[in-house]
Design a protein around this ligand. Sequence first.
Ligand SMILES: *[C@@H]1O[C@H](CO)[C@@H](O)[C@H](O)[C@H]1NC(C)=O
Ligand SMILES: *[C@@H]1O[C@H](CO)[C@@H](O)[C@H](O)[C@H]1NC(C)=O
Ligand SMILES: *[C@@H]1O[C@H](CO)[C@@H](O)[C@H](O)[C@H]1NC(C)=O
Ligand SMILES: *[C@@H]1O[C@H](CO)[C@@H](O)[C@H](O)[C@H]1NC(C)=O
Ligand SMILES: *[C@@H]1O[C@H](CO)[C@@H](O)[C@H](O)[C@H]1NC(C)=O
Ligand SMILES: *[C@@H]1O[C@H](CO)[C@@H](O)[C@H](O)[C@H]1NC(C)=O
Ligand SMILES: *[C@@H]1O[C@H](CO)[C@@H](O)[C@H](O)[C@H]1NC(C)=O
Ligand SMILES: *[C@@H]1O[C@H](CO)[C@@H](O)[C@H](O)[C@H]1NC(C)=O
Ligand SMILES: *[C@@H]1O[C@H](CO)[C@@H](O)[C@H](O)[C@H]1NC(C)=O
Ligand SMILES: *[C@@H]1O[C@H](CO)[C@@H](O)[C@H](O)[C@H]1NC(C)=O
Ligand SMILES: *[C@@H]1O[C@H](CO)[C@@H](O)[C@H](O)[C@H]1NC(C)=O
Ligand SMILES: *[C@@H]1O[C@H](CO)[C@@H](O)[C@H](O)[C@H]1NC(C)=O
Length: 825
Amino acid sequence: MALSRSACAIPQYLSLLVISFLALHQASPSYASDTISPNRSLSGRQNLTSAGGQFVLGFFAPSASSKNYYVGIWYNKISLLTAVWVANREIPVTDTSTSELKISDDGNLVLLDQSKGIIWSTGTRIPSNSTVAVILDDGNLQLRDETNSSQVFWQSFDHPSDTWLPRDKLGLNKATNQLQHLTAWKNKADPAPGIFSLEIDPNGTSQYYIIWNMSQIYWTSGVWNGHIFNLVPEMTKNYIYDFQFVNSSTETYFNYTVKNDSIISRFVLDYATGQIQQLTWMENLKSWMLFWSQPRQQCLVYAICGPFGSCNDISKPFCKCIEGFSVKNQTEWDLGDQSGGCERKTQLNCGRDSSGNSETDDVFFPLSNIKPPDNSQILATVGSDEDCELACLNNCSCTAYSYNATGCFVWHGALLNLQDQYGSDGSTLYLRLAASELQSSRSKKGVVTWIIVGVVVVVVACLAIIQWRRRSRRMIRKSKAVGGTMVPFDYRELQRATNNFSHKLGGGGFGSVFKGSLPDSTVIAVKKLEGLHQGEKQFRTEVSTIGTIQHVNLVRLLGFCSEGSRKLLVYEFMPKGSLDTQLFHSDSTALDWKTRYQIAVGTARGLAYLHEQCRDCIIHCDIKPENIVLDASFVPKVADFGLAKLVGRDFSRVLTTMRGTRGYLAPEWITGVAITAKADVYSYGMMLFEIISGRRNLEQTEGGIAGYFPKLVATRLVADGVESLLDPRLGGEANLEEVERACKLACWCIQDGESCRPTMGQVVQVLEGFLDASMPPIPRSILLAETPEDIRFFYELSSKQSSQSRSNASSSPQTDSTKSNGSGV
Ligand SMILES: *[C@@H]1O[C@H](CO)[C@@H](O)[C@H](O)[C@H]1NC(C)=O
Ligand SMILES: *[C@@H]1O[C@H](CO)[C@@H](O)[C@H](O)[C@H]1NC(C)=O
Ligand SMILES: *[C@@H]1O[C@H](CO)[C@@H](O)[C@H](O)[C@H]1NC(C)=O
Ligand SMILES: *[C@@H]1O[C@H](CO)[C@@H](O)[C@H](O)[C@H]1NC(C)=O
Ligand SMILES: *[C@@H]1O[C@H](CO)[C@@H](O)[C@H](O)[C@H]1NC(C)=O
Ligand SMILES: *[C@@H]1O[C@H](CO)[C@@H](O)[C@H](O)[C@H]1NC(C)=O
Ligand SMILES: *[C@@H]1O[C@H](CO)[C@@H](O)[C@H](O)[C@H]1NC(C)=O
Ligand SMILES: *[C@@H]1O[C@H](CO)[C@@H](O)[C@H](O)[C@H]1NC(C)=O
Ligand SMILES: *[C@@H]1O[C@H](CO)[C@@H](O)[C@H](O)[C@H]1NC(C)=O
Ligand SMILES: *[C@@H]1O[C@H](CO)[C@@H](O)[C@H](O)[C@H]1NC(C)=O
Ligand SMILES: *[C@@H]1O[C@H](CO)[C@@H](O)[C@H](O)[C@H]1NC(C)=O
Ligand SMILES: *[C@@H]1O[C@H](CO)[C@@H](O)[C@H](O)[C@H]1NC(C)=O
């Protein structure tokens, strides 16, 4: 297995646009032309190329195995066939050599199938008797008068498929009342209009909507305030794009241009995710890179997993069927269309028995931590859990119920928009299943449960024996320290131990750290927490959870003190201090390469443990050299973990209290997407660069910015080798293979798209040499940083965000949209 570009840069769901091309050669000579005229039609493998050679019009097949062909427009200069427009979306042709795209007698452009029947037409009234169809360099196909090119009767830009190209207007023509909308493909292999569409509000406001099945609006851009759309402030003019909103008496539309012509960029409404995505072609990687998408959270897309499907923003794939259900049409799921959802494995008995009295055959299965579907019905008269269950049981169309303090809620028919692992906001939904279904799954579960119980009993017994032996060998150092559990300290005790907090070791995001020593001369580090607004109970719960997390690469929490507002944590003391002092301070001797590599590996192991092996995934949120401390033999230990919050699933709430540090913050902190463990991977990547170079990534001088190390790596990795990237203090003393591996890995870690970044577990494997890192794509946010201003732009964004978050730290959680700040593009 390899960490490869193919796994990343072309996410599976994008591959619809990557269409295999008919690699057949044309027998007849090609016309060097961009025009279909009355005496020249198109069929077979013929194609038209726009005058400047940007776009091609012709027949294509959506996949290599497909026998269906479509007339479409695709990019001429890129190697992956990517259709931006399709004419006959719904009716494919099977034989291109006998099909024909031609100007018909009434002047329209028509597509004739093998039996010469019209299967697609521009279908407009043409006041001229001589028209031509021309493919233009911006990807627009125009049907116009042969002699007067400004008389345009029809153009593909007015009828977009799923792609919004630069210069294409997306809006409303008030004169003709014509609305341009994007409609996603049905699936990877079928360009027919799918279930998601995007359009401007037909009622005349300036907001754009993404709509499910032409009925449910699940995303809006917010209204145009004259400068930006309220809810997507990042979609604005910047040094790469020019966006423009126009409202005149005849039309309302939005259009954009890419300032640098050599950048190939498009927006597409994706069939698999229901998101509007902005993609840019990376020639050196031969792939499209995802750069921006909305809605940010996958599970906000309406019915994305279909009936009885459950969505999870973090898992991959994000859809699964709930208990007792299985995928309805696997072929469609595999093609990226989950809208069909799931079906019962065992039919319900209710209503099938002619006696009409078969309630006893259905049972309820509790789904916990679920975000229930929206369309619930409240049964006001029902006052208890049992009655609620009975009320549901007595109506055969009732599929689920939930009882809580507000009352009894029931659902009828298909369940849509379920989300699992919804954390503390979730509720328990009782799902109606056939009794036989539950029995079979219970018996399986029962066996598993007993095995687990057995294993746990054995493990506990072993631990107890070990513990007992240890105890009998050693004296318990401190009367309160019982069996490795955490020690509660008195404030005065710690005051004495730290000599009244006189020896400050450092200040972190959560408070200052002081050195101290216990009466038995154990050296400790005491952290005085600041700005905690937690209740006593919650504090103790969280602290004891942190205390149970033990790993050789995580700082060990020994005890705590909680007396009113005085909250302190007691850690083991690390004699070599934090990594930043070892790396950046000129008076310290430079760490040799071997040590640096071990620090990189150890830190990665500690983080992998936090992310993957703890009971709840813990996202550190503030990885930087200051938070990595070193013991006497330079073994790295991650500090401050778990303080941000113990995170189960919904990270958006955490964001408001986050204190990430600029320069290490992943783009999703800025753009407002839900934070996952991949945000730590990003910060780790940034730190890895600093471990390699021995310098801060951004070197600021009085005159401005001297260099941006990640960009240097990204460019030199390709060009002139990695030796030049190494900390000069090492004098070239390093395993260059390891240096290269670390450089590539760091580039992978700082990819803009979370899904492109490796997991911390993969990072460990790469560093240990068990997994190969291929050449990474250059992250766009870094690649596009051309001038010092650009670099500062990307860099400063993160500080804006973090200071904004800080000022809001105590207020109620913000919504995704208001978190976005400034232009993220
Ligand atoms: C267009 O057709 C010509 C020959 O007719 C072929 O050489 C060329 O590759 C085709 N271009 C595309 C983009 O298919
Ligand atoms: C098609 O007709 C146009 C005039 O309508 C003429 O100029 C052109 O040469 C013709 N092309 C061919 C291939 O016959
Ligand atoms: C249509 O074409 C004929 C000649 O082919 C010409 O005499 C006539 O004026 C044209 N009509 C229009 C409406 O252009
Ligand atoms: C071409 O068409 C445009 C728009 O219909 C019109 O304004 C212009 O006069 C026409 N030019 C000629 C030469 O007919
Ligand atoms: C447009 O207005 C009509 C009538 O006021 C309303 O029923 C409909 O929901 C509105 N549509 C949208 C998309 O807001
Ligand atoms: C566009 O302008 C008209 C007046 O010219 C105004 O009534 C309308 O509200 C505007 N529409 C939007 C979407 O701003
Ligand atoms: C979409 O809407 C149509 C009618 O409006 C309905 O027949 C169809 O079942 C809906 N599709 C889904 C997947 O619900
Ligand atoms: C949008 O379209 C109008 C009219 O075609 C054009 O003048 C303007 O330059 C376009 N704006 C951008 C940003 O492309
Ligand atoms: C446009 O982008 C290309 C490739 O990124 C770059 O080489 C070129 O200098 C840019 N041109 C301008 C005018 O910025
Ligand atoms: C599954 O979906 C595919 C593609 O839409 C369709 O051809 C096939 O008949 C479906 N299979 C079943 C069992 O419904
Ligand atoms: C079951 O519930 C549905 C929806 O509330 C209702 O229309 C129907 O009449 C109920 N059936 C019975 C038998 O109560
Ligand atoms: C009870 O459940 C309903 C339906 O899921 C939900 O809307 C409501 O907020 C819940 N009430 C409480 C107090 O949790």
